[in-house]
Design a protein. Structure first.
Length: 320
């Protein structure tokens, strides 16, 4: 279970600037509902001064995604476009008092949406959006070289695990790990040449995996996804497909009573590899908290099965 600061909780339960900005003149969209996270950032820029006078967001994702998106709007309103362009994903995380390493991809998603919104306002095209041959590193989450490069260089990432935590690239089927490591080695080598990273820290192909960094100490921990507490801590290995499905069904049965108490319910629709399709019903359908429910279910299932899983609501999968 991840620990969150009080400010993350505050901006999740009471998000600032959520909704549609009708007169936006800059819009940036990143992610995909089918991948579990999506963000639409809308900005209103005063053409005469270059100031961002308003910003709003719509997001589908976990509590950290909602909080990060909300924090981003607070950070950029009142700034000029050029000042806003200098805002980093680390600025978003710092504004919230820190994010767990596994949730840093939420702040990166906010930064990517900001880059896209500013480009849209200026009438610029982002080359990375074309996903030209060789540019798309992770097909599962639609992560391209440009996003990985910005995350690596902006946050001084030196391990595959860090790249996954900050971008989600490689977090599903894992077939892209080799391509991600090749890109990481290239970007780290460039950073060494630029003097922003020491040669001893840089990742090179064939490196023995470095131990994952310990999360920074966070004061006032709170938990946003209590559903995961119902899952067992055991992490079985070498499961057959039938055993995996059985564990997933057990975890869902453990979760159902909590949803039923609030008039909702959940059922298993399908399991395809590491993708789990579920059906929400009752008050869970159309609820503003449904994205958080899905995130909690995903955390619970991963705890139960002991491996990364992607949980998709049946309606989202059908429309993807």
């Amino acid at each position: 279970m991840w620990n969150y600061t009080d400010k993350v909780k505050e901006y999740f339960f009471d998000p600032r600037n959520a909704g549609v900005l009708e007169d936006a003149n800059g819009v940036g969209e990143v992610g995909s509902i089918s991948c579990g996270d999506a963000l639409r950032l809308m900005i209103k820029v005063d053409d005469s001064t270059g100031l961002i006078t308003d910003a709003k967001f719509q997001t589908f994702g976990c509590g950290s995604a909602i909080a990060s998106s909300s924090a981003l709007t607070e950070l950029i309103i009142g700034k000029t476009v050029d000042e806003a362009r200098a805002v980093t994903n680390q600025d978003i995380a710092d504004f919230l008092g820190g994010l767990p390493p596994e949730k840093m991809h939420c702040s990166v998603m906010g930064h990517e949406a900001l880059i896209a919104a500013i480009a849209n306002y200026k009438g610029e095209e982002l080359a990375e959006d074309d996903h030209e041959e060789g540019a798309l590193l992770c097909k599962c989450f639609g992560i391209d070289e440009g996003m990985v490069e910005r995350a690596v260089k902006g946050n001084k990432l030196t391990t595959l695990e860090q790249v996954t935590a900050y971008t989600k690239a490689g977090g599903s089927c894992k077939t892209c790990h080799e391509k991600i490591e090749e890109a990481l080695a290239t970007f780290n080598a460039q950073m060494v040449e630029e003097g922003t990273l020491s040669a001893a820290e840089a990742f090179t192909l064939g490196d023995v995996p470095k131990p994952a960094p310990k999360p920074a100490t966070i004061s006032g921990p709170v938990q946003i996804s209590p559903l995961a507490e119902q899952a067992t801590k055991a992490k079985p290995a070498g499961l057959t497909n039938l055993q995996k499905i059985t564990l997933i069904q057990q975890a869902i049965e453990d979760i159902r009573p909590q949803l039923q108490r609030d008039g909702g319910d959940i059922s298993l629709v399908d399991v395809d590899g590491d993708t789990v399709v579920v059906q929400l019903s009752g008050t869970c359908v159309g609820c503003q908290m449904s994205a958080v429910t899905i995130q909690g279910v995903q955390a619970a299932l991963m705890e139960k099965v002991g491996r990364p899983l992607r949980v998709i609501p049946h309606t989202a999968m059908a429309s993807a």
